[in-house]
Ligand binder design. Sequence first.
Ligand code: SF4
Ligand code: SF4
Length: 210
Amino acid sequence: MLGEGILKGLAETARNFLGSYVSKDRLTTVQFPEERLPHIEAARSFPFLVYDGEDWQQGMRCVSCLICEKECPPKCIFIEKSKDKKPDATGKPQFYPVVFNIDVSVCMSCQICVEVCPFDAIKMDVEFELSTNDRFGGLLWDKERLAKSNAYYGKIHPTEAAAVDAQLAEERAKLEAKAKLAAEAKTATVATPPAQPLRETSETTEGSGA
Ligand code: SF4
Ligand code: SF4
């Protein structure tokens, strides 16, 4: 029927308009900041650096591989790699970022840094109330400002964080099993007595024959 679509659209508008007086579900306006919508898991604002455990310096996952710095389209990540290594959360010696800065006034929240990081060390935050009148100190975030715990990551992106935790646990278990096997092989080598030299054996054989 000609004009059926328009009539359906008007009926929907009328339903929403009248329904907004009686049903909260029909109200599309949120009285922010008094009212807030719960954030959805896929929401993202700016990146943060994940650390394991309680100590952000000790547990920071970033090993300063510089991949995110190279791949960031607007070049708003600046990293200075350490010369030495220190143990990460699993005790493995790793390089670490001496400096890790992100200029969030330039960041376009594209998430490319997250996608290219091989260590699950950088993730997207959902925090968005970040306005400041300090253009440089307020929006150029250093590693201390960027560091957030894995527990926080689990709170804002539970599904994604659970998958990452499971994958990391599997990788750590494999590494531990490999290290255990290597240690057992080393112990077995030390315990096995060295083979007798060939000359001694032939002398023994000759002696016993006479
Ligand atoms: S989200 Fe995009 S723009 Fe922002 S730091 Fe990561 S790669 Fe750069
Ligand atoms: S955040 Fe990830 S990609 Fe960026 S330097 Fe650290 S380990 Fe490398």
